[in-house]
Structures are given as C-alpha cells and as structure tokens.
Design a protein around this ligand. Structure first.
Ligand code: ADP
Ligand code: MG
Length: 701
C-alpha cells in the first residue's frame, strides 16, 4: 500500500467526492487530520434501554423489543405514506411510525430483535415512537456520536468516513505527548483516544478519551502562550528610574483608598523597580540591581465598578511621563475615551502634563495636528480607543499602555504593543472578576492587584425589582429625585424585532411624553448617533443640562456622573447579571442616596431568582459567580471575548481542573526544554504551531 499521511485531502476517503468534500470544507475540514479531530458534539446513549412500560412519555429513551406485526403502506395523501411496526418486550407494546420510507420499513423484519431510540409518546400500555433510530439488538456501538453537521451531511455519512479514516490512517496517529507525561497524568494513547471519542466502547472509554484530548489541547494552548510570553520577556521594559509621586497625590481632591494606594505602589515598583518614598517603611524594598534586565510590567487591576481605577491609571501615567515617556490610555468606546480624557486632563494638566484625545470624530486637520503632537512628544498622555495601536499612530517614546475594560487584551495581543517600540509597560484594568486560573490563561503570567473597597462615604444603592404594572409609580419616584436636583438614567435594551435600536428608543421617548416626565429635559443616547452627537449629549448630561438620559447599553461601562442617583432598567430580564451590575454602577458615585429599579415583564421563576441576586447584594464578585451558575459558562465572556485560539474539545470554564494540571505540566516541560527543541517534544511543538496558526495569530518563532 502506498504511504498515507494525515495531511491527505479529505477526497482520499472512500465515498467522498467533490460534493461531499465541499460540505466538509464548510465545516473547516480539509484533511484527514481535520476529520479525525472533528469531535462529536454529543452522543446518543443506547447503552441502558428501559422496559417499554417504564419509558417516560415526552422524553427521549432507548427501548428494546421484538417486532411482531408490520402494517403498511398507508397512503395518507400525496407525499405522505405511513408504515406501522409493532414491537414488544414481553410486558409493554411499542408502536413505531415510519414516514415515506419503504426502505426503513423493510429493514425491520418480523420477529427481529431491535433497539429503538427516540421520543416516547402514548400511554404506558401502548407506547409510541415516531421515526426512531432502529438498530439490530446485536449492535455494539451503544454510544453513538452526534456531529455538528451542515445541510447535506448526515451523521451516518460522517460515521462511515470516520471509520474509513481510522482504518486506513489510524496507524499514523502518533502520540505527541511524551510517554512519561502520559504516565504521570494517567492519559491514554492518542490512537485509543481518537477511536474512542468517535466510537466509544463504553462510557468509561469515552471519558478516558476525552480526558486525554482535553488535557493535550489545554497543554498545547498553554505551551503556546508561554512561548509567546517568553519572546516578550527577553526584552527589557521602558526604563524608568524615578518613582516620585508626591505632587500628584497632593493635587488630588480626595485621599486614595488603601486598595488604590497598594495598586499604585505595585505598578510603580513594576515600572521603576523602586518603591516611592511615600511607601517607605513598608515591606519588600529590595532595590533592583541597576544592570538587571527589567521585564515590562504586565499587571491586571481588578476593582469593582466605582472603586476608582481611573485614578490608579492617572498616577501611573504621571510617573511614566515624569520619567520622560508617553502613556497611552485605551477605552472600549468613544464615550469612555472622552470621559477618561476629561478626568485625566483635569488631574494632570495642572501638573504640567499635556493630554490629548485621539478619536474618529476629529476633523482631518485636528487629527493631523494631534498625531504630530504625539510623534513629537508634545503630549504626555494619549487617550483613545484601541485604534491607538494602529500603525498610523507613532509615539515619540511610548512607555506605558493602560487598557480599560478590554478583555480581549491578552498575551497574544501584547505582540501588537511590542511593535510600537520601547516595550511599554502594560496595565489592564477590569471590573469583571475573573477566576484566577482563567486570568492566568487569558492574560498570561500577569500580576494581579485587587482593589477591594469602594471610596469612603458611598451610600449603598437600593435596588428594587418590579413588574411593568408599577412602572408609573417608579417614574413618579424618579421625577421626584430629578425635581430635587438629581439626574437619572433610563436604560432600554435593543429590541431588534421592533425595527432596531433607533425605533425602540424613539417609541420609548414618545411614551415618556405621556408621563409626568414630559416636563423634564431628556436626551436619548444610542448607537446610531454620530460620535459628535453622542459626545454633545454626554457633555450636556455631565454638565447637568439634561436631567434624564434615556439610553441603550452604550452607557454601560465606566460613565461617571456623580450627580446621577437613579437608574431605571427596562426589560431587565434581557441582561446578564454582570451586565446589570455594570449598569447599576453608573449610580451611587456621589454623596447622594442612590436607587436602581429593575423592570421586568417575565414572571418566569429563573428571572425572578436572577433579579433577586441583584436586590440582595452589591458585591460584583458574588454577582459574577451567580451569573456563572445560572447562565452557564458560555455567556461569561460572550462570543470569543477572550482572544484565544479556538479550542476543539476543551472548555476553559468547564475543564478548569484539567486546565490547572495542564498548566503545571506546561511549566515543567518548559523548565526542562524552554523552546521545546528536544526530539521528544517535536510533536508538541507541531501541535502548538497548528493551534496558533489556525486562528491567524502570531506565529511561533
Ligand atoms: P471605576 O473603578 O469604576 O473605573 P472610577 O475611576 O470611574 O471608578 O471612579 C468612580 C468615582 O469615584 C469617580 O467619580 C472618582 O472621581 C471617584 N473616586 C475615585 N477615587 C476616590 C477616592 N479615593 N475617594 C473618593 N472618590 C473617589
Ligand atoms: Mg472605569
């Protein structure tokens, strides 16, 4: 036989012509290797058939029986012919209906023993199944793979092709895991794993197979991330020597919380290797050797909404600029960038630091001038969205990058920074609590600072969950707050089926005209507005010219108007808990007693439970945990919010325990062989390259 390789095209398989190959290609399957790693999304479990009388109606079950009667065909109308097959297991009777298939009907022979799998209906005495899966009772594959298919491709076809692939190419499945590692973590061999993930001998074999494949995938992921990181670590960060901060601290209108101070201290130590005089007397003051290569800061700041992360950023920007470098501050939205600009400018310009805002709403001329100022070093702090990292923006000496609320910004994204020269220090700020293991994966080996407390004097936010019947009263209460000089947010979710965001906001504004609020100054903020219009609206709200801001979720992250003390959220059931928490964080930022009113029509039990979490706690970490429990891990980061390569079998959230094991294994491997160049690691190295190239990310060196 001629030699085959796993890179052979899918057309080499029996029964795969150009047409089927095109279907496979739709699923991203081009080679035999791709097919073999096209893992089932689920299994039909025929291994525990129930007695017919005990199969619960309304549920999918497997039962066994002997065919004792066949009836048909019965032509109901054009295009619909029915066949009936009667089976029994001695106690119960099962009636099977087959539609339009003489072939399936003929395949069931009188007196034959079969296993039937399908949804059960009918009474206990006479169970029914409509078009079930029918297998001879002698069938041994009792956990049947179910693949995520595309139109035109059936499970049966994939199973046949898979069988062929395993038979002819199976010998090529050489193990990329060194055998010592397999033994250490009790992992089965690759060939066994691939065979049993597709055609499990039993549940235990399937679990063993999955365990091994998940481990390998997470190991490869972490090896890849570590290699990326190493590359980065070989370079020294922007060199800063002077940790002095006193002028900045003295200019603040408030005293910083302990959490803020600690975080600032951590950041200054990362950047300068020294502890500012302010913190003298505190532990760990080891002065770094001057010649030592100092790696760039890589720090995550986790602090709940309202904990004052912006001031931490301002302090580090101050130190950075005083050391002769520039700082870039990136926000996820334009509105937030504008707000950061206002805050930083107010804080830093009296200290002689010039800030600029780079957004798409600048006129071409203003933009050119700003870019020139950035390049010449006129501006110390540059604020904008992530477009700041685009090629066109040239810095004179970028020393620090701060990202706010951007979870995409992980290890793999760091590479873009390095291209800006100087190996800037990186500070990632987030209000979303991330389990530590996960943070390690997403951000690499970053150091974490926590801000646990909110600034003093904050009043807790009273939260109420009400149904729409009480909306009138809620609006009345809101009006009262506004009359007393406060401001209010009203948040409406996007309602697509109603003709989009604009339509639903417009309708809502019209409805408000029929309420006592019609006398108030109200603005409507939504994604369809031009940047300039949004900016003007936010400015008007911030200045108190607008009393009420009706908004879609663009207001979600970070907007800071301390005079606003009440937020009303419509259709609260449409939001995730973490999102509601973020929204609610827009109020309770000043000295006024604050309120949050959640309106939801859905009387469903789980809606009530979810909203109850909101009324009972204001702890962002607890809310995130509950969110995770109630909604499952899929929603936690949204659609691939984390910027990692796509995984085929492992789930970072669900396989957290394996993740930890794989992390240790990756570290041990790299200690022994830092660039994976040993012969026995060749397979792993190839897997790393494969995983990271498939997602179009930074290639390995
Ligand atoms: P977040 O962590 O959500 O980004 P912000 O940085 O927007 O929080 O800060 C929230 C509000 O708290 C702002 O109005 C800010 O001026 C104020 N603030 C920050 N630190 C303190 C402090 N130490 N004492 C009092 N107010 C503070
Ligand atoms: Mg913020």
């Amino acid at each position: 036989m001629e030699t085959v390789t796993l890179n052979d095209g899918i057309e080499q398989l029996k029964g795969v012509g150009p047409k089927r190959a095109a279907l496979y290609r739709k699923l991203g399957i081009e080679t035999v290797r791709d097919l073999l790693s096209f893992y089932p999304r689920d299994y039909l479990d025929l291994s525990h058939p129930l007695p017919i009388t005990e199969a619960p109606a309304g549920e999918v079950s497997a039962v066994r029986g002997r065919v004792f009667k066949k009836q048909g065909p019965q032509r109901i109308r054009k295009g619909l012919t029915l066949y009936k097959v009667f089976a029994t297991d001695g106690d119960g009777e099962l009636v099977i209906t087959i539609y339009n298939s003489q072939f399936l009907f003929d395949a069931l022979s009188l007196d034959g023993e079969y296993c039937f799998y399908g949804k059960v209906t009918g009474s206990p005495l006479r169970r029914e199944m409509s078009a079930p899966l029918c297998l001879p009772a002698s069938e041994t594959l009792l956990l049947r793979p179910v693949y995520a298919l595309t139109e035109g491709l059936t499970n049966k076809m994939v199973q046949a092709n898979m069988q062929d692939a395993l038979a002819v190419w199976g010998d090529r499945l050489t193990d990329s895991l060194p055998s010592a590692l397999r033994q250490q973590y009790s992992l089965c061999q690759l060939r066994y794993a691939v065979e049993n993930i597709h055609f499990p001998a039993d549940a235990q074999a399937r679990n063993l197979a999955r365990q091994r494949l998940v481990f390998e995938e997470l190991l490869v992921l972490q090896l890849g991330l570590s290699l990326l990181r190493q590359k980065h670590r070989r370079q020294a960060g922007a060199r800063m020597e002077d940790p002095e901060l006193s002028p900045f601290l003295e200019s603040l209108p408030f005293t910083l919380t302990d959490g803020q101070l600690q975080t600032i201290r951590d950041g200054i130590r990362d950047m300068t290797g020294r502890t500012p005089a302010l913190f003298a007397g505190q532990a760990d003051e080891a002065a770094p050797a001057p010649e030592e290569v100092r790696v760039p800061m890589n720090r995550l700041v986790q602090g709940d909404v309202g904990s004052g992360k912006t001031m931490v950023a301002a302090a580090l920007c101050y130190v950075c600029v005083k050391n002769g470098f520039q700082a870039a501050v990136m926000a996820p939205t334009q509105i937030l960038a504008e707000q950061h600009y206002a805050t930083l400018e107010r804080q830093l310009s009296p200290l002689g630091i010039r800030c600029c805002l780079l957004t798409s709403s600048l006129t071409p001329k203003a933009r050119r001038q700003t870019l020139e100022g950035v390049e010449s070093g006129l501006y110390g702090v540059v604020i904008g969205t992530h477009a700041l990292l685009r090629g066109e923006v040239a810095f004179q000496a970028l020393g620090l990058v701060v990202t706010d609320e951007q979870h995409r910004f992980g290890v793999a994204q760091r590479a873009a920074l390095d291209r800006k020269g100087n190996n800037p220090h990186l500070l990632v700020m987030s209000a979303t609590p991330i389990p530590r293991t996960l943070a390690l994966i997403i951000y690499g080996d970053l150091d974490v600072s926590l801000i646990r407390e909110l600034p003093k004097g904050r009043q807790p936010i009273d939260t109420f969950a009400i149904d729409p019947g009480k909306r009138g009263r809620a609006l009345g209460f809101l009006k009262k707050q506004v009359d007393e000089g406060r401001q209010a947010y009203i948040v409406c979710p996007l309602i697509q089926e109603d003709g989009g965001e604009l339509a639903s906001i417009t309708r809502y504004m019209e409805d408000l005209q029929k309420t006592p609020l019609s006398a108030c100054r109200i603005g409507a903020l939504h994604g369809k507005l031009k940047p300039r219009e949004k900016e003007a609206l936010m400015a008007a709200f911030q200045a108190g010219e607008l009393q009420i801001l009706v908004s879609t979720t663009v207001v979600e992250v970070g907007v800071d108007v301390p005079n606003a003390n009440i937020m009303l959220i419509e259709n609260a059931e449409r939001f995730g808990l973490s999102q509601l928490h973020q929204l609610r964080g827009r109020v309770g930022r000043g000295q006024y007693k604050s309120y949050c009113v959640l309106i939801s029509g859905g009387g469903a039990e789980d809606t009530r439970r979810r909203l109850q979490v909101m009324t009972s706690t204001s702890d962002g970490f607890r809310i995130a945990e509950e969110d995770l429990k109630l909604r499952g891990p899929g929603d936690f980061f949204g659609q691939r919010q984390h910027g990692l390569p796509e995984l085929k079998i492992a789930s970072i959230m669900e396989d957290m325990d394996v993740l930890e094991e794989a992390r240790q294994a990756a570290q041990a491997l790299l200690r022994q062989d830092p660039s994976l160049s040993l012969e026995e690691h060749r397979g792993l190295r190839a897997e790393v390259r494969r995983l990271f190239s498939q997602s179009g990310q930074v290639a390995m060196n």
